[in-house]
Write a protein that binds this ligand. Structure first.
Ligand code: ATP
Length: 259
């Protein structure tokens, strides 16, 4: 996927909000790309454009070399907002993507087996028949994660998926995410406010400037895989990545509107 000179302006009454300006970047096949940047710098807007849910003002998103002109059905998107369907149980929520489009043609047994596999993978075994209102915040995140992985999309977009969770749970879910992603060859774009999380998970980290969002810095994270999120922060080199990225981020915060 490629962002070519992407800009986006929102209009609110007679106010113009410049969300993104001349974003030029590539998302490489199979990589885990983390995007960090101050609040309001256009990170969610970039994901919305990647999913084809929004039309760019200028420039284009290329997906497999072609400009995206419609909803991108090859990507799955874990949004900031919890959008599990309250009237469906955990297993029925997770099964939903398999009921739509071409995937509805998969044999029923295979669909059921996949749902069970992803429920186990995210650690929700035993809660299949629960409704979202009967789950904790962390469990709802796990269910969202399973729902977005169950149809095995080419690209997974995640918008601060672990932002609101406590530090311990965050680590556990990061570890699960890496376990599910490493070795699959799938592409993952992960927006976060947390630099440590970005370095621990990613192959590359993009730092965006404050609004209008531009690419400020790109860092290749060459820490070996498979990574252990619990210990990687003590690995040699981690501190240097943190220092460089923090310095890029701080500059944009100092010159912008804060976090
Ligand atoms: N539909 C919209 N209408 C008007 N303004 C919008 C709309 N969507 C986003 N914006 C504005 O565009 C800017 C970028 O928003 P966006 O949600 O992409 O930022 P973000 O980097 O994801 O922020 P955060 O880190 O706080 O989630 C913000 O100033 C926001 O108010």
């Amino acid at each position: 996927m490629e962002y070519r000179d992407l800009s986006k302006v929102f209009f609110k009454g007679n106010q113009q909000i410049y969300a993104l300006a001349h974003v030029q970047a590539e998302v490489r096949d199979g990589e885990l790309l983390a995007i960090v940047g101050p609040s309001g710098c256009g990170k969610s807007t970039l994901l919305n454009l990647s999913a084809g849910l929004m039309v760019p003002g200028t420039g284009e998103v290329l997906y497999r070399g072609r400009p995206l002109t419609d909803v991108n059905t090859q990507v799955s998107y874990v949004t900031q907002k919890d959008n599990l369907l309250p009237w469906r149980t955990v297993e029925d929520n997770i099964a939903l993507p398999l009921e739509l489009g071409d995937r509805a043609r998969l044999p029923k047994d295979e669909r059921r087996a996949r749902v069970t596999r992803y429920i186990e993978l995210v650690g929700l075994g035993g809660f299949e028949k629960h409704y979202p209102s009967e789950l904790s915040g962390g469990m709802r995140k796990r269910a969202q994660l399973a729902r977005s992985l169950v149809y095995e999309p080419e690209v997974l977009l995640m918008d601060e998926p672990f932002g609101a969770l406590d530090a311990q749970l965050k680590l556990v879910l990061q570890a699960q995410l890496l376990r599910m992603w490493e070795g699959t060859g799938r592409t993952l774009v992960f927006v976060t406010h947390d630099l440590v999380e970005a370095i621990a998970l990613a192959d590359r980290v993009i730092v965006m400037s404050s609004r209008p969002g531009r690419i400020r810095a790109v860092e290749h994270i060459e820490l070996p895989r498979p990574r252990d999120v619990f210990t990687v922060r003590f690995a040699p080199g981690f501190g240097d990545y943190f220092e460089r990225l923090w310095s890029a981020l701080r500059e944009t915060i100092d010159h912008g509107q804060g976090v």
